[in-house]
Design a protein around this ligand. Structure first.
Ligand code: TXA
Ligand code: MG
Length: 348
């Protein structure tokens, strides 16, 4: 495995080598604006099957296919409707994955046998150049072992995936930090299957109807039929038992956390809360990790997965995370936190 440092600038010669690797069906870790992806040639069935192996990914959880232009889109899907066109115009390149009817050119394992495929055009220079140079669409899930928080820094991904890929491209922490918004258009309405940086309000502004899928904050049974298979698999979970304490009033929420800490003085606890709250918990002998400043949802989202990964290195008995407001990208953060704590939520 070769690690390429593109933090300062992109080395086009090196990128050409990575693109050739992709074309030949080798696996590569590359940045997008959301999280790192582990990608390969979407037309190569064997290569795609190696992605599932590398991640230990359940074989019923389809991959997203990344494109760099609309010519690639035409090769992959059919019957794009007006609502879908509006979304592409407004948000591509960007953190929006649209589920579309697929053509037969894609191997079955990319979509796990579904007749639809998730497509996105990432808004990241390295990713776009890589797709163009490889001249094939890139099938890529998030770069992490299945069930672990998605990788947003190479440091977090390195040990997990270094033996599984030919190249890793390091471009520092990814911008957004949570994965793309996944939508499917059902009866002319945009249904959000996975929330992300592009929020229901952003989508509404384009002049289309939008709703969050009812499954987003619910505990889903493994045998339930769901619109997006990724919803029912254990996701984003640190190994450490995690409790989410959520409330609109910061003071009351802190009181509740204070009580929990008081009741568990013999335990080793990690607390993920706002920067401003650090002093409130000064008297407790705990591991304090800052989510970011209150209301600074972009910083909180950028660091959320790397923070969850830090928790596992602290060797604590359990972790308490304070919830954030369910607004904008906050909806995505809360969705990931709900999964991280496996529905162990205390509402204040
Ligand atoms: O931001 C992102 O989307 C990142 C970067 C690398 O692009 N990728 C990513 O991929 O998060 P992954 O595989 O970790 O998540 C893909 C999600 C899963 O929840 C999957 O179930 C859903 O998209 N999905 C993919 N194809 C689908 C389809 N045909 N129908 C419904 N859901 C689909
Ligand atoms: Mg993932």
């Amino acid at each position: 495995m070769e690690l390429l440092d593109f933090k300062e600038k992109i080395d086009l010669k090196q990128l050409e080598k990575v693109a050739n690797c992709i074309k030949k069906g080798k696996l590569v870790v590359f940045p997008t604006e959301t999280v790192y992806g582990i990608g390969t040639n979407a037309f190569d069935e064997m290569a795609v099957s190696n992605i599932f192996k590398a991640k230990g990914r359940p074989s019923d959880n389809p991959l997203i296919v990344h494109i760099a232009n609309f010519k690639m889109l035409d090769e992959l899907v059919t019957n794009v409707n007006e609502v879908e066109k509006k979304l592409m115009k407004a948000f591509w390149p960007g953190p929006l994955t649209i589920i579309l009817p697929k053509k037969d050119v894609l191997p079955q394992n990319v979509t796990c046998g579904l007749d639809t495929v998730g497509i996105r055009m990432p808004n990241n220079d390295i990713a776009l150049k890589l797709i163009k140079m490889a001249n094939v669409p890139i099938a890529a899930p998030s770069a992490n072992v299945s069930g672990k928080p998605s990788g947003t820094t190479i440091e977090d991904i390195y040990l997990e995936l270094k033996d599984k890929v030919e190249y890793m491209i390091d471009s520092s922490i990814t911008n957004i930090g949570v994965e793309s918004t996944v939508v499917k258009i059902i009866d002319n309405e945009v249904v959000i299957l996975r929330p992300g940086k592009i929020s229901p309000d952003d989508i509404k502004k384009v002049g289309v109807n939008v709703k969050l899928h009812d499954h987003l904050f619910k505990n889903i049974n493994i045998n339930d039929r769901v619109e997006s298979p990724g919803m029912k698999h254990r996701h984003y979970a640190p190994s450490t038992k995690t409790i989410l304490v959520d409330g609109v009033d910061n003071e009351k929420t802190c009181d509740k956390i204070f009580k929990l800490l008081d009741e568990n003085k013999t335990k080793k606890i990690a607390l993920l809360s706002y920067e401003e709250n650090k002093k409130v918990f000064d008297n407790f002998d705990i591991e304090y990790l800052s989510l970011g400043k209150m209301g600074d949802l972009n910083v909180i989202s950028q660091n959320i997965f790397t923070n969850l990964r830090k928790v596992d290195k602290l060797n604590v008995d359990f972790c308490i995370v304070q919830g954030v407001e369910k607004e904008g990208v906050g909806i995505a953060i809360m969705n990931r936190l709900t999964w991280a704590c496996e529905y162990n939520v205390i509402n204040v």
